[in-house]
Design a protein around this ligand. Sequence first.
Ligand code: ACO
Length: 323
Amino acid sequence: VIRSAVTGVGAYLPDNIVTNDQLAETVDTSDAWIVERTGIRQRHKVADDQPVSDLAFRAAQQALERAGKTAADVDLIIVATTTPDMTFPATATIVQRKLGAPVGIAFDVQAVCSGFVYALSVADGFVARGHAKCALVIGAEAMTRLMDWTDRGTCVLFGDGAGAVVLEPREGQGTTADQGVLGFALRADGTKQELLYVDGGPSTTGTVGKLRMLGNQVFKHAVINISEAIHAAAKAADVTIPEVDWFIPHQANQRILAGVAHRVDIDEDKVISTVALHANTSAASIPLAFAQGIADGRIKPGQLLLLEAMGGGLTWGACVLRL
Ligand code: ACO
């Protein structure tokens, strides 16, 4: 059995850090409120002249290096982003050009904060069926570009960054001991659009728009939906929740992470959390947390990982893989 396996993980965060206290200078909020309600202490913010493709490119370079691959090996690039450089072309093709990767397959996936899990499932299909041998799956976002800086209910929650993984085929026995992606659960419910959306677009207003959110309703759906997807992905992968070594959630809010852990009966010590330092980086948050867990020595080869996310759409999902 051929499975697609993560062989390298990379991350990139823009240099500029904005603390809660700095935000409180221009928005009616406080460090105490933000920390208590969200766990967020700071976020990284892109420079005005730094496009998302640059964040993606740097994360991709690091992931390739860690996988022992070069740009010449890459035959598939999928970028999950909700803040592309341009309406078209896809950011993935811009990253391909910046990397100097050869002609291959490159496109973007738009599933907002669930984008990385969606993109990983698409890439898994290509790799496991033999259509790609070295795939880059990148989550890259400049969410600060979508903020209404007069709306304290949203502008304190988001940050910028990128994370990337390299996926390669690995032969296995077809058991849960195999390296690679073992199972997925993906969901979308378009009737919940009004809970979280951006109020612009090329075919409507002709503008980029600003992010709008009914925060406490999103919160309620997040815990319920993510918990269901975690159980479904574990079932698809034929593993049990206690077998999972590390949970790598989308980093929206520490209270959502804790709420999901409680509902699914996950030991909170098994949850990788970067929300304090990165805030919500949408599609980038899972690969950023993944890279952090590897860098600090917690996540090790051979371990069973569960990734999960929810975002605008609503979309949500989870993925089980063995590193
Ligand atoms: N600083 C100070 N006060 C604030 C701020 C702020 N930054 N933002 C809102 N408030 C005020 C509100 O105005 C409100 O005041 P009022 O009672 O006088 O009207 C009060 O705080 C409570 O507001 P709520 O919205 O009820 O606060 P809540 O406890 O729900 O926390 C939050 C708000 C943090 C947005 C929370 O609902 C949340 O995190 N929701 C999840 C949203 C999310 O993470 N979305 C990301 C995308 S989806 C995803 O990634 C899962």
